[in-house]
Design a binder for this molecule. Sequence first.
Ligand code: CP
Ligand code: NVA
Length: 308
Amino acid sequence: MTKNFIDITDVSATDLQAIIADAIGMKTARTGLSKGAIDPDPALSGIMLAMIFEKSSTRTRISFDMAIRQLGGSSMILSTADMQLGRGETVADTAKVLSRYVDGVMIRCNAHETLLELTSHADIPVINGLTDRSHPCQILADLMTLQEHKGDLSHLKLAWVGDGNNVASSFLHAAPKFGFSLSLGCPEEFAANQDDIDYAINAGADISLTTDPAAAVTGADVVIADTFVSMGDKDANSRLQVLSPFQVDTSLMANAATDAVFLHCLPAHRGEEVSAEVIDGSQSLVFDEAENRLHVQKAILKYCFDKL
Ligand code: CP
Ligand code: NVA
């Protein structure tokens, strides 16, 4: 059966933990190699990955490209605007055609439904590179980073501050799988998706909800922020107005544990969701987090091609 990576909810806790462990192992095994060198034991030699982008990307695009190359495979980077998809060819026909040419697809698209439709008509693995609903590859990189810096994830308290967006949803999906507790500090207008909150709580996760950012981060081991205006959001002015009290700055961080760390998936907007002092300060792990996109996506690719 074709193995996809659509959402963290679809993957067992055992497989998710194996993906992170494999990513950490591969990262260590590459010590001293140049970034363009193929892994000593390349697992995906001969595999061609097509990457389709309906919206912008720096990290996802470059880290997936390097990931498949280091694994011995190849990639092609496509923009929907340059494909017949951008002129109205159906997602179903696109999926069937791609399945005849390439071995796997990573797609970043606006509507989550587009990803699901592509997946349902493709007979090759499909990977979610971000939709309006979720960003699962990002969250596994974040959790890998926390495991490296903090050890066992199940003892950690994570605090999400700001917009309850696609990235927040993937943290909600991950909470019951890894056993960390998650506190969401979001304004009512931009609360996290209720279905994802219900999923996490029903699956046994320790989730707390507040509209007070200081309450959300009190005692937290990890404080997480993301942009106030995600790709595709149309209401930038009202978002910036409502969300401005949710900026993560040094006074907000002072409520967290003394050894708390800061995460942000990037791109960041200093002076909006986070102060420069915090994101560029000693508690910030954002560049380890960005690097780990590469390592964890190599393990996700291996999972999809049954090479984990
Ligand atoms: N964090 C992340 O997905 O970055 P890009 O939008 O640059 O891919
Ligand atoms: N929430 C952001 C994440 C970007 C990587 C967005 O969807 O634009």
